[in-house]
Structure formats: C-alpha cells, structure tokens
Design a protein around this ligand. Sequence first.
Ligand SMILES: [Zn+2]
Length: 415
Amino acid sequence: MPELTNIFERIEGYRDEVTELQRVLTSKIALGPENGGSGEHEKTQFIGALLEALGPDMLKEIKAPDERALDGYRPNLIARWGDALGGPVVWVLSHSDIVPPGDLSLWDSDPYRVKVKDDRIIGRGVEDNQHGFVSSYLALKAIFESGRKLVRPVGLVVVADEETGSDYGLSYVLKNHQKFFEDHDLIIVPDGGNEEGTMIEVAEKSMLWLKFTITGRQCHASTPHKGKNSLFGAANLILALKRLGQEFKLSDDLFSPPVSTFEPTKIEANVPNINTIPGRNTFYMDCRILPDYRVEEILAECKEIASDIGARLGLEVQVDIVYRQDATEPTSPEAPVVKALTRAIKKVTGKDARPMGIGGGTVAAFFRKAGLPAAVWSTISDSAHQPNEYCLIKNVLTDAKVFASLYLDDGRDIA
Ligand SMILES: [Zn+2]
C-alpha cells in the first residue's frame, strides 16, 4: 500500500509538531470547577481552531450549562469529515480536562510548561488525554496533507469534565445529542492502554467513590478523656475496610488487575495545630468493582464496617457516595470496532492486540450505556495523574499511524 507508506512517512515528520501541540495544550490549563478551575474553554478553543483548519463538514460546540464555569458552560466539540460518503463513522473521542498536578514538590519541572527529554514530553495532561487527541488529529491531518481522500466518515470529539464525572461532558452530549452516533459506528476512546499498544479495552469495572466522615469531639490534646479522637477513628476504619478485599475476592483474567480494588485515597485537613484532638475527620475511598458484584453489596458492607467501628469507638461515622458508575454491558470482543482496530494495529506494529477489561473510569462506559459499542485503546506508559506525567513521541506517532490506517480502512468486517 504505497499511499499508506506515504502517510506514515508524513506522520514520522510530525515529531516537532507533536512537541509544539503538547506545549500549547499543556499551557492552556483545563481544570473543572471541582478541581479549582474555571473550565476547559481556552484549550477547547485552540483545539476548535485546529479542527476548523482541516475543513470539517460539521463542527459544533456543545455547551453544557454549568454556572460555576466561565461564561456558565463547559465546552464540548464534535467534528466530522467525509459526510458525503455515508455509512458507519469512525469516531475518536478524547477529553480536554486534566487533573491538578498534586504535590508540586514531586515534580521535577513546572507541570504546565512541557519539558522535552529525548523522546519524552513531560507535563500535566500530555498523556491524559492530549496523547489521544494529538495522535487522532495528526492522523487526519496527514491524510489530508498527502492529498488522500477518506473512504468513510471520520469524526473527532473532544469533551469536557471527564475527570470529574462527565456530567458536563460526554454524559451531557449523549443525553442531548445522541443522534450524532449510531450503533454501527466505530467508536474509539484513546484514554487507556498499555506500553505495547496491544490492549483493547472492552469492559470496565464499576466505580464507587465514597466519603467517610468521622465525628467525635474536639478537645485539648493534653486531656484526651474530655473528647473523642476522630483521627483515631479514621485510622481504625481505614484498616477495617481492608476486609473488603477479602470478602469480595472474585478474580477475572479479562481484567488487569484481575480483582476488585478498594483503596483509601484523599484525606481532608483536620485541625491546624498539634495540640488539639480533632473532632472531625474525612477521608475518601476509591473502589473498582468487578461486574460480578453489585455496587449495592459493596455499599452495604462499607456501611456495616463503618457503623461497627463507630459503635466500638463511640464515634459517629457517615458514609456518602461521591461518585458512582455501575459497570455497563461490555463491548463485544467481536464488535467491528475491535476487529478494525486489531487490524490497524497489526498493520502498523505487527503486534496482535487483544480485548481486555480494566479498572473503569473511562468515558467509554457512557457510550456503552447508550448502546454504542466503544473500545478504549492507546499506546501509553500509564503515567496519568502522576507527578512528571509524560508521553513518548514515538508512541504518539505510532498511534497516529494506527488511526490513519483505521480512517482509511476498507471496511472489511464492518457491518
Ligand atoms: Zn483521561
């Protein structure tokens, strides 16, 4: 296929462009209100201009009303090319928002100013999820620059609010504009994957984020008998919750890791000084639950453990759900999107990809819930949400080639 070779060579020539795109995208800080930001507007506007320059048949901004955000909305973009061709559309969806850098002392450089070290680009958002956008966008650009015509319609979607629940992102888009997507479309979400680029994620665990509030009585630290130490309660509860892993221990090799996970994560500041016994402590737990279990079962067990500890230590313990996403019907490993992606990966890297399940939390679940088969795939090192988040330029270029092959797939195996 000489035309494909041409396009691949063109993509190889995009090394500097990858760096430059990552630099600009990282500098436009897209934090949602929950994470102390005003939204994804600036970054989305930049992306919108890139898409516009590729002459789409359709480019639409979908504004999800959010009074906390700049101008009262969160921006989502949807663009499509090759409308006249008709038939199933290849969609690639990435998200514009990022998570905060976290503890800055753990970063070796400014998270919002990319640092390039050999093949590595470091900065907040470069992997999650700019890698996905940049590779899917450059694939399309390479096709057009080489003068090649699409053989099927291709769409790019860039959503807001992926990191904090998607109410103002894909969930909103599907609720209000599901007509853009059809169940025979091929939907890819490049927001997960492995280093080899061989994992096509088709199933997810349920997600449950819980908030535990332990209330005791504040007092001077020299007279503990006059109060009730809520920190002591939090520590006991965290240890008691480890029981969940033993009680819900089913294993399924489709997933990595194969078991459900229950991890205490964030803890809120309590008292500012050392000589006060805290009267209130709040911590959070992130649960990823195999589809074999119902979220209710886990929730009931958490509440029971919490009330046991509360009763034993004379503290009040409240359990609140912060976020919940029940596992959806998986995408069939035989779905056209899985087959076409497998074929494209084989063509570019020679590797055999395989369908798998993961810990959940990608936006693909919203597509699946809406009856739209979606596959999550990319070639990444999994540095998302970590300090010194990075992406490898060679992986961005490889993924761009896979997307280009997919955009130009002749449609075999496509229903
Ligand atoms: Zn992401």
